[in-house]
Ligand binder design. Sequence first.
Ligand code: UD1
Length: 417
Amino acid sequence: MDKLAIQGGHRLSGEIRISGAKNAALPIMCAALLSADTLRLDNLPKLRDISTLLTLLGHIGCDINLDEKGGIDLQASQFKHLEAPYNLVKTMRASILVLGPMLARCGEAKVSLPGGCAIGARPVDLHIKGLQAMGAEIEIEHGYILAKAKRLRGARIVMDMVTVTGTENLMMAATLASGTTVLENSAREPEVIDLAQCLIAMGARIEGAGTDTITVHGVDRLHGAQHRIMPDRIETGTYLVAAAMTQGDIRLTDTRSDTLDAVLDKLRESGARIACTPDSISLQMHHRPQAINLRTAPYPAFPTDMQAQFMALNCIANGVGRVTETIFENRFMHVQEMQRLGAHIDIEGNTAMVHGSASLQAATVMATDLRASASLVLAALVAEGETTIERIYHIDRGYECIEEKLNQIGAQVRRVH
Ligand code: UD1
């Protein structure tokens, strides 16, 4: 299993190009199942989660053509298996996103239940309830969701929690339903808007994406389209925190500052100087960061996917920072590993009090989930000595070429096979 060896203490300075957003690419690739025509996607990130989904789409019967520029053609003219098997779903929860499109287009779908995952229970009850409200008959048998519906019909669906993939699954299903679907308490994440824009390019009639009420007027068929995946706001935020922690000076290109308001506010609060254009962000930090308090919540509030990285920043900040996680119940697994690097963190319920120290010390640590792994990389960048991070396959799920990008701006990161 690969490891990362990181020599701490180097200031980051330079420019990095941000990749396409994993969390936009995954639902948008599933949208290809809604049409018999070709969906052309550009700016797809090269990540393990994307290859996992390509394997699943191939299993379902989708034709896949990749070109060297990172573009991809997906065409689902015929289906081989209306099924997402356990061995694929268990490695990536987002596989649940094939359920809505397969059911809407083919009237039938069998998708493994994702089961528990490291950061919490993460049920899919709202996906199931929403499809039932649209007329689907759903049974759970032998760990699989078995869904049937001659044709889904429009419905008013009130989701009692804000769920990102839940909103995306139901929005995709509703595009081919008969009549109008109204999704109340929808997720407002930019990735939901990106998916809606792709669906609209395919002929869907969707209003209100980006607000908490999305209205979808069903159509009989969708056609092919071309879509460019939006930039990854979490990758952007992670490199910005890396620069702030190393008192660096970086410029990130091909990104979108308008998707990062809450994150940029917190970085400014910690003392960073930030300048934005619509597609670039520059950050300079001239002193040790100030500790910051934060509370995760659905977009546009502070993202749970940036919580661990800001915890790393607080570990070396001046003062005490309070970090409250409200989305997932078990998303502090990085804390024990950070303590191995010398961090001072006390946890009470869903809140961590982080007492900043002037320095951290290198150690061997273990990556436990995607964003926790990123936070360990950040901590290692400022620790004294060489830190080894084990189980970095988690990082490869969501960060394209992380060691190359970091080395390009002055870090010393080695992948050890
Ligand atoms: C998506 C993101 C993930 C991010 C998360 C929260 C993708 C592929 N993944 O995950 O990176 O951390 O949003 O911003 O986009 N819930 C239920 N029942 C459901 C669905 C969700 O109770 O049917 C709960 C979950 O357990 C969790 C909360 O709702 O506590 C939010 O989860 P959700 O927004 O669904 O996360 P994902 O869409 O899986």
